[in-house]
Design a binder for this molecule. Sequence first.
Ligand SMILES: [Zn+2]
Length: 171
Amino acid sequence: MVYPIVKYGEPVLEREADDVTEFDTPELHKFIEDMFESMYAAKGVGLAAPQIGVGKKVAVIDVSNGENPKDKLVLINPRILKIEGKQVGEEGCLSIPGFREHVRRGKRVTVRAQNGRGEWFEMTGEDLLARAFLHETDHLYGRLYITHVSALKRDLIRRKVRKLQKAGDWS
Ligand SMILES: [Zn+2]
């Protein structure tokens, strides 16, 4: 099932999601599959549950865009353990469509998370994967990537989004 993507302005995107406490249930496995489906439908490389209106700490990532099954990652209750180096690159978000900004992020990032069966694992990613770990984990703590750009740029985006909302072009 493909869920519609919730857009910037919805409170669920800016509050910390709840920890997942029940694992390996048919509901959770189905939800994870639906998240992948929703992410591929929206042509994203990552999706966090709050982006489909569900305040739970679940995120999916696939930096290969569905090309390589090995790149399908599920992060439940993730925490960033280590950030090394720096990269600056353009970043966007399915919940803030039409905008992209340069964001400085770590180049090499280690995350600790649980999978759908509740097993903990650690994984280190570089470049785009490192960026996805940070971007999606941020989502689960209510932080959008625009919190990492200058106040000036953030205000500009806010104002443009407000205009779109008023015009009825943002829902
Ligand atoms: Zn996002």
